[in-house]
Design a protein around this ligand. Structure first.
Ligand SMILES: *[C@@H]1O[C@H](CO)[C@@H](O)[C@H](O)[C@H]1NC(C)=O
Ligand SMILES: *[C@@H]1O[C@H](CO)[C@@H](O)[C@H](O)[C@H]1NC(C)=O
Length: 404
């Protein structure tokens, strides 16, 4: 298997585990250190106000349509091929089998929520920032990399590194524009862009083995890194923020297959209360932080979308969606109840794969299937799970105030 030119499946599996699971273990290293102008200084300058974020919708009637530009920061939940490009990891089928019919570097059988968001806005899927060939950055760039943490140094491409990459991209664009050259995104594009962040799951996962109170105590610092990221982006002209909370971690086959003393922590739907409570507490803190930033960044639109109720509903109401086994991975090892084995994951030589037309929520025990992502996206796009209740489409055409 490891003889010829190819990389053995077992080896791939191990490397995948590294990217997907290891993240966060070294979180305390705190290597990264951003050296930007403190956002507060810029915040203080002020640029007039949109009032509450709800004003965004009413400003949607613009004479001229803005091109859609999205900069996305995150982990494997929104990685459209960045980890594969950065590591040279040759992800093989069955990843991608449902929609793309080829592996794209997404850890799913098909499209991710970010892909459905792009489609709903009539714009192509985002190119990974690090993908050298075939990329088109005219509608933004995807800095998300599988395994990434919000905590600096917790992973090779933690949020601070992704922000550095964005600032590099922006500075380089402005350099070229100043020379009169064309760039994929112009000044207007940067100003009107949506800055999306979906991160923190790996930070939480690294601490979930700790007693509940101790995990809770980690949340402010994790959210603090996301907050700092938003302040940094704001200080560099970002005015439209689209922030995702985390999902129902306690319903993931991966978490459910961790050996436990007894089932006393399982809820009526078979999910782990503790992990789900951590997810809810994280989302609450992140929502609260968005509220605070909305006060301080009065000229920005900051939308927080809670993915927890959407993802929990998938499990709780699975029969409504035609799903038989909501707590079992399509691609994994071991069969029912979870088809998940940490040492024989999806992509390993011993994977057991569900039928193409079987309806599963979990693809590999950690990430959702295209089927589930489509449902999550359709609910998310209603704006009903967002604070304020704003659709992402209304952000695109809303006016970003001009600075200077
Ligand atoms: C299940 O679906 C019903 C009907 O749509 C809804 O009222 C309920 O909130 C859902 N349950 C969960 C746990 O989301
Ligand atoms: C933005 O406005 C243009 C026309 O004014 C419209 O065609 C386009 O669909 C709008 N974009 C979104 C995402 O709503």
């Amino acid at each position: 298997m490891n003889g010829g030119g190819g990389v053995g499946a077992g080896k791939i599996s191990l490397r995948l585990q590294y990217y997907v699971l290891l993240a966060g273990v070294g979180a305390v290293l705190l290597v990264g250190c951003l050296k930007y102008m403190p956002a507060a200084a810029v915040v203080a300058a002020g640029y007039g106000s949109w009032g509450s974020g709800l004003a965004v919708a009413s400003r949607a009637a613009e004479p001229e349509a803005s091109p859609v530009v999205i900069f996305n920061f995150g982990d494997s939940n929104s990685d459209t091929g960045g980890m594969a490009a950065a590591s040279g990891l040759n992800i093989a089928l069955p990843e991608g089998r449902t929609y793309f019919r080829r592996p794209t570097g997404r850890l799913s059988d098909g499209r991710l929520v970010i892909d459905f968001i792009c489609e709903s806005l009539g714009t192509p899927h985002l190119s990974p920032y690090l993908k050298a060939l075939g990329s088109d950055f005219s509608n933004g760039a995807n800095f998300a990399i599988g395994g990434s943490t919000a905590t600096p140094g917790g992973s090779p491409f933690s949020l601070d590194v992704q922000l550095h990459q964005f600032l590099y991209f922006r500075t380089r664009s402005f350099e070229l524009l100043n020379k009169g050259e064309r760039t994929p995104i112009d000044r207007e594009g940067f100003r009107n862009a949506i800055y999306a962040i979906d991160i923190g799951h790996n930070d939480l996962s690294a601490y979930l083995h700790l007693p509940y109170d101790q995990v809770l105590a980690k949340i402010p610092a994790i959210v603090g890194h996301i907050k700092f990221g938003m302040e940094t982006l704001y200080a560099h002209g970002a005015r439209k923020f689209w922030i995702h909370g985390t999902g129902a971690l306690g319903c993931l086959p991966q978490k459910l297959s961790i050996p436990r003393d007894d089932d006393s922590d399982l809820d009526a739907n078979g999910c782990l209360n503790k992990y789900n409570d951590v997810a809810k507490a994280f989302n609450e803190k992140l929502a609260e932080t968005c509220n605070q930033l909305r006060q301080r960044m009065a000229d920005a639109a900051i939308v927080f979308t809670d993915l927890y109720p959407i993802k929990y509903d998938l499990v709780a109401n699975h029969t409504k969606y035609g799903v038989e086994r909501p707590l079992m991975a399509c691609c994994g090892n071991g069969g029912p109840p979870h088809n998940y084995n940490h040492f024989k994951m999806c992509m390993s030589g011993e994977m057991q794969l569900c039928d193409m037309d079987a309806k599963f929520i979990s693809w590999d025990g950690i990430h959702l299937t295209e089927f589930a992502n489509a449902i999550v996206a359709s609910k998310l796009l209603t704006g009903d799970y967002s604070k304020p209740r704003v659709r992402i489409a209304s952000l695109v055409n809303s006016t970003a105030p001009h600075d200077g």
